[in-house]
Write a protein that binds this ligand. Sequence first.
Ligand code: LMR
Length: 404
Amino acid sequence: MSTSVSSVFDSIKMAPDDPILGLNEAFKEDPRKEKVNLGIGVYCTEDGKVPLLSCVEKTEKQMAEKGDPHTYLPISGIPDYDSGVQKLLFGPDSEVIKDKRAATVQTLGGTGALKEGADFLHSILDDPEVLVSTPTWGNHIAIFEHAGFKVGTYPYYDKATGKIEFDKMIDCLQSLEPKTVILMHACCHNPTGVDPTQEQWDEIVQVCIEKDLIPFLDIAYQGFGKDLDSDAYAIRQFADSGIRFIVASSFSKNFSLYGERVGALTVVCKDEDEAKRVLSQIKSLVRANYSNPPTHGAKIVATVLNDPELTEQWHKDLDEMRDRVKLMRKLLVESLKKQGSKKDFSFIENQNGMFSFSQLTPEQIERLRKDYGVYVVKSSRICVASLNKNNVDYTAKAICEVQE
Ligand code: LMR
């Protein structure tokens, strides 16, 4: 039965569709067989399917045979998972781990880690302000705004050269007030696919120390750049420097566990005592937010990371995904050239991770969707990881035709 009594609900406006997840919904509803989803950051195999990694399949079978009851996890998650996260981020022999100066909690994906991290910082900073790269993953801005931060930007990507505006970025960081939070992508920058070099990271670390900034590193694509260790270079440099910093990490992509929401928030502290205090505060935030995390995905990851044979299998699975994305970059560039593209897209081959910032115009992006069923995020980001040998030529042809 409906009621005619007026209410604050009456004036609620329709929120806009999310630029990435909304596009994904539209893609699902598109009846065209030839459609290609270059929107959401999800890796697909040559058959166009989201893979079930062999290490995950094996672990799930073992778990099903064992048949554990569905009890609550501790607020901070599975201890073996949290320690596995730290080893991946800092390296197994890291001083941070030996000195127990990192506090880690299992979170609802990398997004959940960003939100818990933002809430934590909000609780300790007087006028919380965060700077994100221009451009960045759109949800970064929403997460920090919802957490009560003032959100600003720092220069990052130069459209003209396709490179990082490094001097401008450093100048901006130099000009900041102490305790400003700097959100950075530790590898495989989303959406541009353009990362700082190791020397540039070294300089960024120095500026953060000198200016007393709070680095917050988002690492959602570890293993999709060069390899698991190289992709953690920035994190390990920050760790060695002794500065306090924060990391949001995720296994959505590198374990292909998207829907399981398996992430972690790690705060690197001065010493063990500080880490214990920080952990206690984050646990209070988690308890008041979602109480404790879900079990299934984190149990898979913890099992794989603590079993040498399964870990080796995971590394192979991950290498295969990364190599296939690199091959798709190459095939796309070749096909674009072959089909007479007016624009030189060779920069796509030099970018890292799942994405490429294609520099297609809004009109071209609209025509790609309407006329060809090729879905591209408004920012012009394309997910190269969903291309395959069957759709790459079709995609390249469509891109060439919308340049007419
Ligand atoms: C993406 O950037 O496409 C992914 O991280 C999925 C998402 O949640 O936006």
